[in-house]
Write a protein that binds this ligand. Sequence first.
Ligand SMILES: *[C@@H]1O[C@H](CO)[C@@H](O)[C@H](O)[C@H]1NC(C)=O
Ligand SMILES: *[C@@H]1O[C@H](CO)[C@@H](O)[C@H](O)[C@H]1NC(C)=O
Ligand SMILES: [Zn+2]
Length: 788
Amino acid sequence: MAWGPQKRWTTNAKYSTFFGVEDTKKPSFSSNKSTVDETTVIAVKVFRFLNVFIVLVAIGVLVAQFWFNHGCIIRCDKYKYNEFPGFGKVSEFLHTYPLFSKMSQTDLETIASNLPLPQWTQTPQEILAEAKELIAKDKAFYDKIAAIEEPTVENVLIPSTEYENAQYFPVNKLTFYQYVSPDKAVRDASTEAENLLDQASIEQNSRVDVFKVYNKLWEKINGTDATDPETMKFLEKTVKFYKRNGLNLPEDKREEVKKLKLRRAELQTKFAKNTNEENGHLEFTLDELEGVPASIIEQFEKATVDGQEKYKVTFKYPDILPVLKYAKKESTRKLAYIENQNKVPENAAILKEIIELRYHLAKLLGYDTYSEFVLEERMAKNQQNVLDFLADLKEKLSPLGEQELQKMKAFKKEHLKANGLPDQDEYYAWDHSFYNNLLLEQEHQVDHQKISEYFPLDKTISNMLGFYESLFDVKFVKVDNSKSDTVWHPDVHKFALFSNIKYGEPKNEFRGWIFFDLHPREGKYTHAAQFGLQAGYEKPDGTRETPFAALVCNFTKPKKDKPSLLKHDEVTTFFHELGHGVHSLLSRTKHTRFHGTHVPRDFVECPSQMLEFWTWSPNELKVLSSHYKTGEPLADDLLDKLIKSKHVNTGLANLRQMHFALFDMKLHTIADEKDLDAVDLDKLWNELREELTFISNGGITSRGYATFGHIAGGYESGYYGYLYSQVFATDIYYTHFKADPMNVEKGLQYRDTILKNGGSKEVLDILKELLGREPNSEAFMKEILGEA
Ligand SMILES: *[C@@H]1O[C@H](CO)[C@@H](O)[C@H](O)[C@H]1NC(C)=O
Ligand SMILES: *[C@@H]1O[C@H](CO)[C@@H](O)[C@H](O)[C@H]1NC(C)=O
Ligand SMILES: [Zn+2]
């Protein structure tokens, strides 16, 4: 099916688009790319990144901010690192490492420098010519498949896997340039190539003649052992993909599906466009902005309104968030909050229609609800599982949330009194950002600037690589030779990854390349993401194709006299992205389609979320850190404050996520027309928020859902995934690593179940294999409650 099923872009990209009030990250992609889901026309858009798997900084940062605002307060007195020489002196710790390996560093360097590397030298003309060639090849391939009357494993299935595996990199390569090439013409050609490939892909993916061949084969061999399980899964997924596209329906129904999808795509695009192009603002006097730092006020445009000097505050995050966070006057915050929620009112009707279209689409395709349609492809499998999951969390989180709310109410009362303001019993939605921040400032005083001095970029990254090396028994070998055509820009560094350094056979096995493109430059992608450029697979001759991946980030470039210092959340982000990187490199599947990060979307963040725990573990933080002047590890008082700050209002923060997740589920689990007609978005949104977060709406109905890009396209019936994968990540961390985060035996066990299998097996099965039992939310709750 053309490039369909393996093209995926985790819409985590858009995690941030909705956090209008509290988050500081902007939407990661222009949202015309976000109007997507899995089927036909639109399928291609979700898949428009083709096989480039992108995971964005938003997740890392927000995970750090929202999910990990809790954690282990109890400090281990016992240093876990005494088994390594030179604890506290990071350089020794790292540099002694090669002693463990039989081969010296130089040997590996020599080997690495002779390994083949892809080249990045295509001209715009070549990019377009190659895209056209790939398209012609694709059509020819499927023409051949369609003509087969008696399909067998040998004449249909094996050739299909081989074809798809071989296409993986050529397609990714063409579409990757648009994010990183220093040459605008190359970037533009890359975007155009992607559009051409998308269009062609839509056509191939709607071919009933092709579907029939695969389906015939599936009906013949389903349930037999005609081929190995992974290849069987390939066929099953292929057939499923076409069916989900409506290809097994009679022609009139197919046409209807197509029409619904076209309309839905149109509306999704419109929703995103409206959000993006929103350009309203509020006007405040200096007095009304009391409390907002002068450096922020400086960035507001001034205007004279009715003879009064006012400041224009737009709804863009760098403007509106500081107002909600710092403005002392409640009336200012209230106005800012409500107007920000209501900034795109025209999207309300659009969302309503999208929900209706999805309902009808699901029914046409034979599903009870749209959620059932979405979830059958996810780890959660069905809506009951998701609803049960959320109900369980709600029950567990509510007491904590209520407790936190009482504390915040008292805190607010004190503050009002101290400022000579009238007392209030309520705690409003427009209060939370302000009082939460005040609490952090007054009681926690985390000095992020100071902490960043302990995380100079180069040193920290090499320390992080050291962690991954120890934990997974691998070695990153930097190869910076003069062959400039092996990188797309001179700033890019490349590392060969070897495994089995100390344990296992064969020793020093080459596992693939990872590229680091860390600094901003003109025209480059401006967030942090992992791009799985090539996935590993088994070649027809039995040897393996090795994968390679790129980490593309936006860290300030170090200057001669000033290193680039990473904030703690950036440290977490990089660790997170590197987690995706090793998932891409240490996986070992038969086919690209199931390799590494090609797992169900509600699981994809789990491995990286799990690894983020290392950046919150006191001992590990000490080893990671190294003051840029003195080389000292992170000072104890800073460390304490940082880790304690994780616990502030985590119940409320998680309940807020529950609000989003449940709202999403309510809209997509509608099973009959009557309920569909009755759905009242305003009511649902506002009532659910009060019910879940306990925070008062003050009797005001707002329309925050009208900017909720996730559910408009990309994360529909999927928002729960953020909580879901976090629960598994915490379970794994607590079960295997919390007591001893650098236990290599556990690291290897993790590497050889979760990372190795990618999506080739049922995720739940490999999780059970790793945990030795069913996963559960106990660790997650312990973590949140700080009971560990
Ligand atoms: C495959 O066959 C099994 C029975 O052997 C059946 O239960 C299952 O539904 C079939 N799968 C599909 C996707 O047709
Ligand atoms: C990326 O870095 C540039 C230059 O430092 C900065 O202006 C821009 O805001 C950064 N982008 C994001 C999304 O943080
Ligand atoms: Zn991620």
